[in-house]
Design a binder for this molecule. Sequence first.
Ligand SMILES: N[C@@H](CCC(=O)N[C@@H](CS)C(=O)NCC(=O)O)C(=O)O
Length: 203
Amino acid sequence: MLQLYFAPLTRAIRIKWLLEELGIEHEIIPRQFDRAAPYAGQDTPSGRYPVLHDGDVVLSESGAVVQYILETYGNGRLQPAIGSIERAAYLYWFHYSEASAAVPINQYVGLAVYGGEADKYADMIERARQNTDRILSKVEAAIRGRSFLAGDALTGADIMMGFTLWSARMLKLLDERHPETLRYFNELKARPAFAKALAEGRS
Ligand SMILES: N[C@@H](CCC(=O)N[C@@H](CS)C(=O)NCC(=O)O)C(=O)O
């Protein structure tokens, strides 16, 4: 059975959400995020979250794990077909979530939440906030009048971006200034599979 190293509030949420959407049986290996651990020093095979175990496969990087699960167990679900018109938007947003959108959010977390010297880095924190704003404006334009980022149904790209927006919302970086993004995020959050992933390990 698939096993997922899971700590609440981490990118492991993406994987739990995906497994729930697909109805794939899995075992959670519960962990708590250790704020004091050194870089990549979490109690998992890679030192980070998420990590998936599937037989001889041990895989980290949430995007790689999402893609692996979809390719291995998805039977074509939650991704537009290769060669379809929606595929380009799917690839774009799937990778944008970590390669672009997460960058200023990670900077903000590192400086304003974990840094411990927020006053000293006020300029950099403000720049991270402004850059996150630019990212959210891009999402706002893409999602206006739509329910999903690629095509008319949920895909892995929404799951990748959904977590990114969740972290922005948690940090109060996403608010009513981006009403369509907020609407989209709230619709995603109302999905039972996402709600279950967010609640995992928190009771
Ligand atoms: N790009 C990686 C980021 C992984 C990552 O930074 N995970 C965080 C939790 S959300 C973590 O484990 N941080 C501990 C560390 O990097 O030392 C992914 O998408 O999986």
